[in-house]
Design a protein around this ligand. Structure first.
Ligand code: NAD
Ligand code: GLY
Length: 367
């Protein structure tokens, strides 16, 4: 088992990574005795993940009073209504402040459950058991929790850290191929913003990664979690460096909102947004054309990501949706761009005509 520690003083917590963790009795004993506080456990999962892993996780918590809530599956259900379902279950069954919520699922379940934990009785403990690659390398770590609003993605939420993260790589075996690829695209973000060698390594190991080779996956998850843990330890509430983790998100969230939640996978819109960010970075003279094309090629050919934005989103619609981006300051759009592969930078003074050229490039991005 590999362990990464998120260092946040008294709110520090471990991320456990490895194959078969959900059936590891030693880990279960350790988590039960010294990671989680005593009290009841309520597992929150969804209708897809429950038949696969709920019984296993209930056994992991054998000895505790353990109940479960099964929500509907899908990004379109990442709403306040889902959070309310959790409140209703907890309130009607009189769960007190000593309860721990455990999120069993992908980023959607993790974000909803974390937000319910942050707000129920003004805050109860929670733990993350991420079951998608995207959730194991990103969303389960760092304490961003929340739900979507029809007017914008992830607009309602709280920073609230879990007590621990348990990333069992065995669960990736049942993940649909499209989800694996979307998770791998999210992995490339860590290389693009911080570490060119890692990006190139990912490109050259794409075939084994797409096959979910267990050793490689554990290694990749550890690398990503370590980068994320370092960034979060430095800037938990995103006043600075944490914004870099949003590479591709300003464009991506606009596409996700405009297309309707659930049409594109989150990782796909982020990859699409990353190609747009690479295009803009090249247009303003930061990134070489060659590197911009390399990024597009890796995302498209190695990880099967879309690299042509939907034709029906007008420039005006993009600008309107991007104006609600959480990075916007005093009405000024801010983008995560690349000075080079491995060097992400937050940029705010982008000329409108350059931005418009990227938004209107269609299938000619990064050319
Ligand atoms: P998801 O949670 O919708 O999961 C994808 C699909 O896979 C779902 O249908 C799910 O039920 C299914 N699934 C999950 N685990 C499975 C398994 N092991 N086997 C088979 N099927 C399985 O999507 P996601 O990509 O995990 O997460 C995307 C969400 O995460 C978005 O809402 C995004 O905003 C959020 N996110 C949050 C953060 C953060 O820091 N909090 C970071 C990145 C993304
Ligand atoms: N996924 C971006 C962040 O956690 O900051």
């Amino acid at each position: 088992m590999l362990t990464v520690e998120v260092e946040l003083g008294e709110r520090s917590y471990p991320i456990f990574i490895g194959a078969g963790l959900l059936t590891e009795s030693e880990l279960a004993a350790k988590v039960g005795a010294s990671v989680l506080r005593p009290g009841k456990v309520v597992i929150v999962t969804n209708e897809v993940v429950a038949p696969l892993y709920l019984a296993k996780l209930e056994s992991f918590f054998a000895g505790r009073d353990c109940a479960s809530i099964i929500l509907r599956d899908g990004e379109e259900h990442k709403t306040l209504a889902a959070v309310s379902e959790i409140y209703e279950f907890l309130l009607s069954n009189k769960y007190d402040r000593h309860t721990t919520l455990v999120a069993l699922g992908g980023g959607v379940i993790g974000d909803i459950t974390g937000f319910a934990a942050a707000t129920y009785l003004r805050g109860i403990d929670f733990a993350q058991v991420p079951t998608t690659l995207l959730a194991q390398v990103d969303s389960s770590v760092g304490g961003k929790t929340g739900v979507n609003h029809p007017l914008g993605k992830n607009m309602i939420g709280a920073f609230y850290q879990p007590r621990c993260v348990i990333a069992d790589t065995d669960v990736l075996k049942t993940l649909p191929e499209r989800e694996v690829k979307a998770g791998l695209a999210e992995v490339t973000k860590y290389g693009l913003i911080r570490d060119r060698d890692f990006f190139e390594w990912l490109a050259s190991h794409a075939a084994a990664l797409n096959d979910c080779d267990p050793d490689l996956m554990a290694q990749v998850i550890q690398t990503c979690c370590q980068v994320k843990a370092d960034v979060v330890a430095e800037d938990e509430r995103e006043t600075g460096v944490r914004a870099l983790l949003n590479l591709g998100h300003t464009f991506g969230h606009a596409i996700e909102t405009a297309s309707g939640y659930g049409t594109w996978l989150h990782g796909e819109t982020v990859a699409m947004g990353t190609v747009m960010a690479a295009d803009l970075s090249a247009r303003i003279g930061w990134l070489s054309q060659q590197d911009a094309q390399f990024i597009r090629r890796v995302l498209e050919e190695n990880f099967g990501m879309p690299v042509v934005p939907p034709a029906d989103i007008t420039t005006e619609r993009y600008l309107d949706l991007m104006a609600s981006d959480k990075k916007t300051e005093a009405g000024k759009l801010r983008f995560v761009l690349l000075r080079a592969i491995g060097e992400g930078v937050v940029a705010s003074d982008i000329e409108l005509d350059q931005l418009t050229s990227t938004l209107e490039a269609g299938d000619r991005l990064c050319e």
